[in-house]
Write a protein that binds this ligand. Structure first.
Ligand code: AMP
Length: 267
């Protein structure tokens, strides 16, 4: 008999302000432990949440077994300015126009939601013009229904830890980027966290995988977010958003780890 899967989502907020969120996939036996872990996460996010909402939904459609997570490379940079300079280079290599890169970097630096706030989800950015495509610029698009297969979780987390990547944010971002890179019409993703003490971020694209950049923002900066660069000629927006929000995707192993490389801009 086919396995029954559930989508688990958590959202913590205070007076309407987004504090923390998480999305997982589990079997019926996983539901209570995964939900407990999500509540712990919400409580540990540093601010006291007024509301923690956990949603568990049975997945009725097909689950895509996507195989390996994206290949991973870490670029070592000394500071956020250098990291953003590298991000420009990597995004240009992915086929994103400089104007779109500039706008996305500016939005992430200033806070991409109205009033310079952080968004709950991701911006969708036209990869040529830089136009914002998401219908709600405060919420953005929340990528959901992706995870590592429960049977492979321990091995995947151990492999990441063996490469010095034991922070839970790295594993979660790698899974999220993995799903984004399977989506139709997405050329690349740019992300850095809104957590003030988490300075690393990444550029991901289907050819080069997950390219982690050790500094994409300065310590103490509470702004961050995600930009998904989209070619609107290759996908209808509604198809893309439905895929990102609804299609369940599971990964069962890590990809290739490339050696860490130090990067400095050409003088
Ligand atoms: P985090 O890496 O969790 O600090 O998230 C950084 C930013 O990425 C958040 O402020 C959101 O704007 C965005 N984000 C986080 N999780 C998701 C998600 N599941 N789907 C889309 N965007 C997300």
């Amino acid at each position: 008999m086919e396995q029954t899967w559930y989508s688990l989502r958590m959202r913590a907020s205070d007076a309407g302000r987004h504090l923390s969120g998480a999305e997982r996939i589990g079997r019926v036996d996983d539901l209570s432990s995964v939900t407990a872990g999500m509540v712990e996460r919400a409580l540990a996010c540093g601010a006291s949440a007024e509301q923690i909402v956990c949603t568990v939904e049975r997945i009725d459609g097909a689950v895509v077994h996507a195989g390996a997570l994206p290949n991973l490379k870490t670029w070592d940079v000394p500071d956020a300015d250098t990291g953003r300079c590298l991000a420009r280079t990597l995004l240009a290599r992915s086929g994103v126009a400089p104007a779109a890169v500039d706008k996305a970097l500016q939005w992430l630096a200033e806070g991409p939601a109205p009033g310079g706030q952080v968004m709950r989800g991701a911006m969708l950015v036209d990869a040529r013009s830089g136009r914002r495509l998401e219908s709600d610029p405060a919420r953005g698009v929340r990528v959901s229904r992706m995870d590592v297969h429960p049977g492979a979780r321990t091995a995947v987390l151990s492999a990441l830890a063996a490469h010095g990547l034991s922070h839970h944010r790295t594993a979660e971002a790698l899974v999220l980027a993995g799903k984004v890179l399977t989506a139709p019409g997405v050329l690349a993703e740019l992300c850095w966290s809104d957590a003030p003490d988490y300075l690393a971020g990444y550029v991901a694209d289907p050819t080069h995988g997950y390219q982690r950049i050790t500094h994409l923002k300065a310590p103490g900066d509470p702004r961050g977010g995600r930009a998904l660069f989209v070619d609107p000629d290759r996908v209808a927006l509604v198809t893309l958003v439905t895929y990102l929000e609804q299609q369940a995707v599971l990964f069962d192993r890590v990809g290739t780890f490339h050696p860490v490389e130090t990067w400095r801009p050409e003088p």
